[in-house]
Structures are given as C-alpha cells and as structure tokens.
Design a protein around this ligand. Structure first.
Ligand SMILES: CC(C)(COP(=O)(O)OP(=O)(O)OC[C@H]1O[C@@H](n2cnc3c(N)ncnc32)[C@H](O)[C@@H]1OP(=O)(O)O)[C@@H](O)C(=O)NCCC(=O)NCCS
Length: 246
C-alpha cells in the first residue's frame, strides 16, 4: 500500500505543469470553483494524482481516463484499468493524500484539524452511539485528537467501500482513543467486516489528521509528491503496531 502525500501550495511552474495534465472535463470542473484558491488547490491535487498514477501505469499523465462507481468513487478506466490498481484521494487545506494499491479496496481521508468543529452536537450527528460514549469518556484535552481520529477513520472506511453517504454513519464503529491502534470495531451491515477491514492512523503533517482503510492486511509505505521534497511523515502504527516507512 503506497500513500502519497501531495503538497498543494506549489510554485507557479509546478502548478502549470500539473494543470497541463488535466482533461477538458477536469478543466471545466476546475473553472466552476468560486474561489481562485480552491481552483488552484483542486487543480494541483488532480494533476499530481494523474502524475502519481501515470508512474505506476507507465503512460503519460494526460492520457489517463477515469470512471466513477455508482456512488462517485473514481477508478482508472480504459487500458490503464488493466493494471488492476485501486486508488483513493482526499484533500484538505494545502494537502492531499493519494493511496495506491493493487486488487484491494482502499479509502483515505485527510482533514485539517479545526478544534472549533469538534462539538458534542457534531459528534452526535455523525458518530455512532458507542463512538460518542468513547469520546465523552476521554479527558477534555484528548478530545480534539480523538474527534478527528474518529472522523477520518469513518471517512476512510466509507471511501474504501465506495458507498459515499449511502452507508449510514451510525452503522459502524471505529476505535478513536489517542495512543490506541486504529480499528474497525463493529459493523451492523456485515458482522465479519470488523475482522477483515484494516484501519490505519496517518500523521500527514502538523495540523492534519488522516486515516486509511483497506480490506485486508497491509504494510504502508509513504511517499511525497513532488519527489525530492523532504520525506513525508510516516503513518502512525498499523493495527498490529507496525510503523509504515520506506
Ligand atoms: C467523497 C466523500 C465520501 C468524502 O468527501 P470529502 O471528505 O468531502 O472529501 P475528500 O477530499 O476526502 O474526498 C474527495 C475525493 O474522494 C473521491 N471520491 C468521490 N466519491 C467517492 C466515493 N463515493 N468513495 C470513495 N471516494 C470518493 C474523489 O477522488 C474525490 O476527489 P475529487 O473531489 O478531487 O474528485 C463524500 O462524498 C461524502 O459522502 N462525504 C460525507 C460523509 C460524511 O458525512 N462524513 C462524516 C464523517 S464521520
């Protein structure tokens, strides 16, 4: 499992190079952003994702085509689909993550940590009752970290399943306590899933929380895009305590 940490605040030359790889549809989508900053970040993310995936497939970034699943999960299309890669992307603020694997489902999430967002009301709205109880049992100074651990792990699992908001957020529960391994604790839809799915906490950078979900054991290796920048922070411990590196 490769996790690429993608910088989105890049110099103009790098931005132009990434933008050049976009398809006409993607350019149209970019043009619909109201704010220039959002347009720039989205373009930087999509261009870098193309470059990253093109490296695995061995084709020019601009030649890749994508299709979307029934709930919007993107996948490679055309000849590149034969490479059997599964990937997933998340962006927040100046960072994106792109997870790449082969013949496995994968979901990834990154969020800029906003303490003001971590209210009881938001937790009760989005988290399962067991998660709310676990959060409330923590000392107040651990709750922001736990809130974003919970949020990103739930998002990563939803995204790995490709189900979007069709998967009810209170139908599955994740571990969230700081210092404890990430895990899918229970799911009402598929009782065996808790054993099969693996969750990983990621440490994408100062002020960001992240998580990755995949349907089986995995060892994570982390990379940075563009290559040559300082090495990306490693993921935190995996389910059996291993650290991701390479
Ligand atoms: C895609 C989704 C699952 C996550 O969106 P998000 O967290 O706002 O945004 P992220 O940056 O993490 O992910 C967006 C990327 O996920 C991918 N994506 C889109 N739909 C997807 C789906 N159904 N499954 C997996 N990945 C998807 C795309 O690559 C997208 O990138 P793009 O916008 O450049 O095309 C969103 O549609 C959604 O349903 N979010 C709400 C779920 C919720 O209520 N979460 C509360 C958490 S407890």
């Amino acid at each position: 499992m490769h996790v690429w940490r993608i910088a989105l605040a890049v110099p103009d030359a790098e931005q132009a190079e990434r933008a050049a790889a976009l398809s006409p549809d993607e350019r149209e989508r970019a043009a619909r952003f109201h704010f220039e900053r959002d347009r720039r970040r989205w373009t930087a993310a999509r261009g870098a994702v193309r470059a990253v995936l093109a490296g695995y497939v061995g084709v020019p970034a601009a030649s890749l085509t994508f299709r979307v699943g029934p709930h919007g999960k993107p996948a490679l299309d055309g000849a590149a689909a034969r490479a059997g890669l599964d990937f997933n992307v998340s962006h927040s603020g100046d960072l994106a993550l792109c997870a790449v694997t082969r013949a496995r489902a994968v979901g990834v999430d990154v969020e800029a940590v906003r303490p003001e967002f971590t209210t009881d009301e938001v937790a009760r709205r989005f988290f399962a009752p067991g998660e709310v109880a676990a959060l409330e049992a923590l000392p107040p100074d651990e709750r922001v970290e736990a809130f974003f651990a919970c949020w990103t792990r739930k998002e990563a699992y939803i995204k790995a399943r490709g189900s979007g908001i069709a998967l009810d957020l209170d139908r599955f529960e994740v571990a969230l306590a700081p210092g404890r391994p990430a895990a899918l604790l229970a799911t009402r839809d598929e009782p065996a899933a808790a054993a099969r799915w693996q969750l990983f906490a990621l440490a994408p950078g100062e002020g960001y929380a992240g998580a990755l979900a995949t349907d089986g054991p995995a060892r994570l290796a982390c990379w940075q895009w563009p290559p040559g920048e300082a090495r990306a922070p490693s993921p935190e411990r995996g389910p059996s305590g291993e650290t991701g590196h390479d």
